[in-house]
Ligand binder design. Structure first.
Ligand code: B4P
Length: 184
């Protein structure tokens, strides 16, 4: 049973690796970024509320992302495992997730931190060129990551759930390292 949470800077390869591993293990890949982008494209109530936050590189309010994650994790296809990519991004979201997983009786999740230096992710994201990938907005996302998301590394280390993987290597090598550490 694989239940996995990805931490890492924007551009560290979370989405890339989460998708590859979810296909490999045939379990759902739950990306809050992807769900938000779809909601914005469809102009749903969620999407309209989230748009200005995502476009400016800020975190969307907890209640919005938490409701999305609760709805998605409650679906029957998550019973055999899941990969969460982009959630939690704050300690408040991590507390929320803990309660949610308890209520769903999902236990034993591991947390991967993909380690990549700031300047490497800036170069990757500039090359990707999504709407929120301008240099100014990337820099803001990095500041928010260091302030809001980085404390989760200690949070999960203290809970003995944390696994560290070097994300600054070719994609296939990162995938191989992840496969090794996750089921070791
Ligand atoms: P996300 O969609 O999660 O955006 P991201 O962190 O930039 O993407 P990711 O990290 O998955 O991309 P990847 O490295 O795979 O979030 C977007 C926005 O949504 C946030 O800014 C926020 O506003 C909002 N949001 C999402 N979740 C939220 C939450 N929980 N709470 C509040 N707000 C939330 O890929 C990046 C690039 O690197 C790609 O081009 C890829 O090809 C390349 N790459 C990957 N691995 C590589 C490697 N090994 N070598 C070279 N290049 C590589």
């Amino acid at each position: 049973m694989t239940r996995l949470i990805f931490l890492g800077l924007p551009g560290s390869g979370k989405g890339t690796q989460a998708k590859t591993l979810a296909d490999y293990w045939n379990i759902p890949h739950i990306s809050t970024g992807d769900i938000l982008r779809q909601a914005m494209k469809d102009q749903t109530t969620f999407g309209i509320k989230a748009q200005s936050y995502v476009d400016s590189g800020k975190l969307v309010p907890d209640e919005l992302v938490q409701a999305m994650v609760e709805e998605r994790l409650g679906k029957p296809d998550t019973k055999e495992g899941w990969i969460l990519d982009g959630f939690p991004r704050k300690v408040t979201q991590a507390h929320y997730l803990e309660g949610l997983l308890d209520s769903l009786d999902h236990h034993g999740e591991k947390v991967v931190n993909l380690q990549v230096p700031d300047e490497v992710v800036v170069a990757r994201l500039l090359q990707r060129g999504r709407k929120d990938d301008s240099e100014e907005i990337i820099r803001r996302r990095l500041v928010i990551y260091h302030q809001e998301t980085e404390p989760l590394i200690d949070y999960y280390r203290q809970r003995q759930q944390l696994v560290l993987v070097n994300g600054d290597q070719p994609q296939e090598s990162v995938t191989e390292d992840l496969k090794k550490v996750i089921h070791s």
